[in-house]
Design a binder for this molecule. Structure first.
Ligand SMILES: Cc1ncc(COP(=O)(O)O)c(C=O)c1O
Length: 427
């Protein structure tokens, strides 16, 4: 028979059962009193174990009905497998041909022998970021990509079980990160201008934090406009304690201005990533925020990795300062490819959303059938299932490298699955 000495032993056992799937989402835990009798523990001990699980987001108390295992999807959404024969329109990657030539930049950089004890932020990198990328008020910390920065910000303020508003549809990695931190994702519907005011208003009271993509939203390409930023700020102003985190991941290739809602709030942060413009492998982003948040991030970073390599900061700073022409060319080319695909879709009878970015979010009747039909024609597109927190149906097509002929072919395949007709290779 199972025997536990303390609340922490019991909660650890139940957590292991949940993670192993032996207790499934929706399963009810034994009521406190009967569990206490069965395990020969005081009811308070069992209640305390259940409380710990609830704080960690693993179970949900539903009053008299009892305590239930939370409805958790798999922690890490599987990356799409791109079969060898297929053209990759699924990964969301930039076009390598449109990324700056880092080899050429590196060959022109002086590399001092940097030791321990230097300031974490290289002045030359901060200057380049503020002059060429974004220049919000507040201090800057350098982190290893937007997601690393956002994780560090959430960790400063939130505890397991806290609720984080995220865009729906939205970037699956953000939902995964939130779940991995034992926080609870709360879907906020969006349109082409970002989070919809009525959607934010209806759940803002319950949120501890809000994460939004101010431009080049993934997967829809939505961009927060000046008027939408004003509407959202009005709602957020009634909740001064709420942490607002903005994810600006496409920076110099966004092709649109940044209308930010965070700066000036009590708790805010903005992560400016170089991944889409300079290349995801550089793993570098600039993080801005209010003094308390930045102190927390800096303090934790200082007892962990310490800083982000000055070599990376030097390279990224130099690229930002020197490569405006390359960024402009990339912005224009991505825009042409995206819009060419949207036009083909329109001609084929599909209205798709794509205000900016490297992807087009295409509504379909049956996600699995649309993905299969594309694959049958040699194109891997990404199922929309992992981007949505409800049951809306779409696929994401990455257009960063899409040629006009491919745009025509893919739109025709999607039109066939959109209209419910069966696609055949010849038809
Ligand atoms: C919305 C969003 N934010 C951030 C990133 C990239 O972040 P990182 O700087 O961590 O590479 C991506 C990459 O696809 C993204 O889609």
């Amino acid at each position: 028979m199972l025997s536990f000495q303390s609340a922490s032993e019991l909660s650890a056992h139940l957590e292991a059962e949940i993670l192993a799937g032996r207790l499934a989402p929706g399963d009810r835990l034994d009521p406190v009193r009967s569990a206490a009798v069965a395990l020969d523990l005081a009811p308070n001990t069992v209640a305390s174990a259940y409380r710990t699980l609830s704080e960690r987001g693993l179970v949900i108390g539903r009053g008299r009905r009892g305590t239930f295992v939370a409805d958790r999807r798999p922690m890490v959404a599987p990356e799409p497998l791109i079969p060898e024969h297929a053209i990759d329109l699924a990964s969301g990657n930039p076009d390598p041909e449109l990324l700056p030539d880092l080899g050429a930049v590196i060959s022109r950089i002086d590399v001092p022998r940097t030791l321990y004890g230097e300031a974490p932020v290289l002045a030359e990198f901060e200057r380049a970021v503020r002059r060429h990328l974004v220049d919000p008020p507040g201090e800057m910390v350098v982190v290893s990509g937007a997601l690393d920065g956002i994780e560090r910000v959430l960790a400063v303020h939130l505890r397991p079980g806290d609720r984080v508003g995220i865009e729906n549809p939205g970037w699956p990695a953000m939902a995964d990160l939130i779940r991995a931190m034992l926080l609870r994702p709360v879907p906020i519907s969006i349109d082409d201008q970002g989070p919809m005011p009525e959607a934010l208003r209806s759940s803002v009271d319950t949120l501890d934090a809000l994460v939004l993509t101010s431009r080049v939203q993934n997967p829809t390409g939505a961009c927060v406009t000046a008027s939408r930023a004003e509407q959202l700020s009005e709602i957020l102003d009634e909740h001064p304690q709420l942490l607002v985190v903005e994810d600006d991941h496409a920076g110099p290739i966004s092709g649109t201005d940044l209308f930010s809602v965070g700066p000036g709030r009590e708790r805010w942060a903005l992560a400016a990533s170089m991944s889409k413009a300079i290349g995801p492998d550089l793993r570098i982003a600039a993080l801005f925020g209010d003094p308390a948040t930045m102190n927390g991030v800096r303090g934790r970073q200082s007892v962990g990795p310490g800083w982000v390599s000055h070599l990376l900061q030097r390279i990224a700073g130099r690229v930002l300062a020197e490569q405006q022409v390359a960024f402009d060319r990339a912005t224009e080319t991505y825009g042409e490819r995206r819009l060419a695909f949207v036009s083909e879709l329109e001609r084929a009878g599909i209205e798709a959303r794509a205000p900016s970015g490297l992807n087009v979010w295409v509504p379909v009747l049956d996600v699995a059938a649309a993905v299969a039909a594309c694959l049958d024609s040699g194109y891997a597109v990404r199922s929309g299932d992992t981007f949505v927190l409800d049951d809306s149906r779409a696929v994401r097509v990455t257009t960063s490298r899409l040629s006009p002929t491919q745009a025509l072919e893919v739109s025709q395949v999607l039109a066939q699955s959109h209209s419910g007709r069966r696609h055949t290779r010849s038809g």
